[in-house]
Design a protein around this ligand. Sequence first.
Ligand SMILES: [Zn+2]
Length: 283
Amino acid sequence: MVTRQLLVLGPEVQEKIFNLKILVVGCGALGSSILEQLVRLGAENITVMDADVVEISNLHRTHLFRYEDVGKPKALVCSQRAMEINPGAKVKPILDVLDETNAEEMVKGVDLVFDALDSVNSRLILNDACVKNRIPLIYGGVSGEYGSAMLVKPGETPCLSCFMEPQEGTDACETVGTTPMTVSLVATSQVQLMLRLLRGDYASGLYYIDAGSLSIDLIKMERNPSCQACSLMTYKYLKGLGHSCGIVRVKENPPEGSPVPYVKRVNDGLLICYEKCFKKIGR
Ligand SMILES: [Zn+2]
């Protein structure tokens, strides 16, 4: 499957890709695009995590989703499509949200984590878990026709907590539009950063992507000496960080005998239940 790319990457890097254990957190627009590229590159051991279900409004920017997938769990659809593309790949779906209760457990034992989340608060928790456990993290974010991507190599490069602050209230819930081209450029940049990591040739800083003008610039950054993750090692977000929107775990249980997933519109959003229930707020 990878003979044409072997000429470009060489057998050593290709072997590394085959053997990498990768976690992709989030399988929306960014996550599904990253996942597709990973399985085409030959990655064979991937876990993909998302508690959300596919909605019609996702289809315009999401690589692996079709109209018939509406209402199905994103992580499940992502894993099935990815294994159709590369039947040699094992893509394990996890229908859950990442928060302070499971972040460390999720990243332990993997070689590399892709951040394809859409909430700053969740990604700060993921950043803490990766920095603490010394797992490389590749961040990507999209807003309108702009995006950014960055490799966090714990102990070497700056981390997300060096410059990102958690958001509260309505700021965290803001829905920003984007285009499929912007999403693809950011996802592609993230996967390319994985290659740079494997080749041992990477820079410290944030790649700023302007899809409108087709430009990518590296903003060089230094580690923040007062960063609570990579400098002070207090990892405060692993102690808990309130989520005011996005998907949160709730204590409810699905009604007896209900279909899986059980999806119901409620006053403040969408209730989604597998074995556990989640609420999608403010979208
Ligand atoms: Zn830091």
